[in-house]
Design a protein around this ligand. Structure first.
Ligand code: SF4
Length: 355
């Protein structure tokens, strides 16, 4: 990557001045303690601001500090996170809180290197906590910030390469201010990337504080940046999902402690598309007495690297086979964390369509 330090240096005061008068009121901005910045930044990973806000309020009401987070029951934590996805984020929050309680007196460290040693905290989150909460000269570079920088510089380097991001962080670190300006720069860059120079749709260059400096704008080539090598296609997995009911209870099981959706509850499901005869055979092997079987529809869920294409069946059972945990619809609604991937089937249970 070429050297853009002079250009970045010229951009810094434009961004901080603009942000002072353009910052949106968001809940975590009104009281940016290290704990608040940490929780909000973890929630905001891969998730839209509007979706995060109610989760943020509910999370802080139940877990207002590191001590409460370190001691929370896993099921309560998963329920607080249900619907946000990427559940490993919540598990890492608790793991990090335990380290903070045991080794840091319940406080997040100020130093980005120490922050990065905590579970779930990478370069970006460490930079955000260090600069926003502790006013350290530490950049926080995510996809939004990277896009703004690559357009500002009209840089042709591939943003999918880790060395490109590392070099952007290195060059930004050379121009980062300390004190309150550090916080303004981090948040100003984030705000530009979310609103003015967004990932899809045309950038609003005419109202962007960088438009006098921006090389992509000057060359009328904003759509060309950032340069990105094509992503790999997602793998498609077919699954057969079974909603087993007996009296007013439904069969659930827990996913393994590692891997996709680790430790969450799910409806019994099998790899591949099974026909009714194959389903009945599997259930017989498990000791389930089936009264009736009916198709309850297909659903699709997209994860980062894989897509689930699901076909669902309702099985009315005459016994509650001990192979599963049998839960009421109230328990499903209030207590259990069931991934959004199964929402199509959960909704049918909660709305009383399946009995
Ligand atoms: S001038 Fe346009 S392309 Fe350049 S950073 Fe601003 S919004 Fe993005």
């Amino acid at each position: 990557m070429k050297n853009y330090i002079d250009l970045l240096n010229a951009a810094v005061p434009l961004i901080t001045t603009w942000y002072r008068s353009n910052k949106r009121p968001l809940p975590w901005r009104s009281d940016p303690t290290p704990y608040h910045v940490w929780i909000s930044e973890i929630m905001l990973q891969q998730t839209r601001i509007e979706a995060v806000i109610p989760y943020y309020y509910r999370f802080l009401e139940t877990l207002p500090n590191v001590a409460a987070l370190a001691e929370v029951e896993d099921d309560v934590l998963m329920k607080l996170w249900q619907g946000l996805g990427y559940y490993s984020r919540a598990r890492n929050l608790k793991k990090a809180a335990i380290v903070l309680r045991d080794e840091y007196n319940g406080k997040l460290p100020e130093d980005a290197a120490a922050l990065k040693r905590l579970p779930g905290i990478g370069d970006y989150t460490a930079g955000a906590i260090a600069s926003i909460a502790y006013h350290q000269p530490e950049p926080a570079v995510d996809g939004n910030v990277l896009r703004v920088i690559m357009r500002l510089c009209a840089c042709d380097d591939d943003i999918m390469l880790s060395q490109t991001k590392a070099e952007v962080i290195r060059q930004l670190r050379c121009v980062y201010p300390s004190g309150e300006e550090a916080s303004l720069l981090t948040e100003g860059l984030m705000e530009l990337g979310e609103g003015i120079c967004p990932p899809s749709g045309a950038p609003q260059c005419k109202i962007c504080p960088l438009h006098f400096l921006c090389r992509a704008y000057e060359a009328e080539e904003t759509v060309r940046y950032p340069v990105r090598s094509p992503k790999k296609a997602r793998r498609i997995e077919e699954r057969t999902v079974l909603i087993l009911s007996s009296e007013d209870r439904f069969a659930l099981c827990k996913r393994p402690d590692s891997g996709l959706l680790a430790g969450l509850w799910e409806y019994p499901n099998f790899d591949g598309v099974l026909d009714k005869a194959a389903i009945l055979k599997k259930l017989e092997e498990l000791g389930v007495s089936v009264r009736s079987i009916s198709n309850v529809g297909a659903a699709k869920h997209i994860f980062t690297h894989v897509e689930w294409h699901m076909q669902g069946y309702h099985i009315s059972c005459s016994n509650q086979c001990p192979h599963f945990s049998w839960k009421s619809s109230d328990e499903i609604r209030i207590e259990l964390a069931i991934p959004t991937a199964f929402r199509f089937y959960t909704n049918q249970i909660l709305e009383g369509d399946i009995l």
